[in-house]
Design a protein around this ligand. Sequence first.
Ligand SMILES: [Zn+2]
Length: 97
Amino acid sequence: MSADNWMHCPRCAQKHTEYRERELRTIKALYGILGPDEYAAAMKRANAIPERPEEPTFKENYDIGMEPDDTFIVAYFGRCTKCSYSHTFNHKEDVPL
Ligand SMILES: [Zn+2]
């Protein structure tokens, strides 16, 4: 059985989370420095940043199953179209009949 799937890239998700947290910390550090309306507007903008990237950019291709020559295979390849992070996993073994 082979299949394709799109998911959120783990590396991009980590960078996005770090960016979001940094933005919130930066605004919180300005409490009492900015005027109340300016602070509220800045917090609203920072809180509007989604918790994870909006679009999945990590494409997975995988294949798992028995081959006609009695071997069992697992083949996986995933790659991010945004940051080029990738992961590959291959396994093949003879299956006793
Ligand atoms: Zn990525």
